[in-house]
Design a protein. Sequence first.
Length: 258
Amino acid sequence: MGTVDNPKIDEASGIATSINNPGCFWTHNDSGDKARIFLIDSMGHCKAECTLVGATNRDWEDIATGPGPVDSLNYIYVGEIGDNFTMYPYKKIYRLIEPVITNESPMLVRQFDVITFKFPDRTWDAETLMVDPRTKDLYMVSKWEDSVLVYRIAYSQSLQDTVTVEKVISLGVTHITAGDISVDGSGILLKNYESVYFWNRLKHETVAQALSRKEQKLYYIEEPQGEGIAWARDGFSYYTLGEGFFFDKPKLYRYTKQ
């Protein structure tokens, strides 16, 4: 589709389809950057930069859009869930109301929620954050295990206490770097550096029940450090965004689900 043109986006580690800004996508850098997210269009042109005032980016690894506490509003979820050396017992998810962007001036976001959580069994490195549009539950997937683990934070997520997430299923795939659930909740995508996996979800099923079936591989061309995936709003195509590599800037790709 296009190449990301903003030099500040030099390690794109997640992507989410915007709801309030049609045809655009939210992304962010990996660890070490400021606590900020960027809005890009379908050609990779940067439309906005939003800084979360008072937040930290210890290791932001994924981003998602979807419903939240107020039914009439749309939300952005940013996962500070990475932990390469499994040394941080507590992780964070930042939740903010998705802004409508009208100009390219930098935006300061001062109001957002912080969901603090820990895993029940040990400290995991995770790079996947998903929101279920049917239930508003949040899902994380561990990265490195031969059979990765899927964890859930049930809605409504506490903002006062540290939440202990629930392990719901293990999957026969590994090195998962990103995932997304479609707008109607009927499709689940997970990816690693080599492959994109798809699960169909029936109306009566939970996410875990859908994931209990055998995955289907979708078409994907391997990209350098491909760590982002997002459904299109129509649910028939999906987008990927890699971190880039040295002088190879991050590129946005679109695939039609076959």
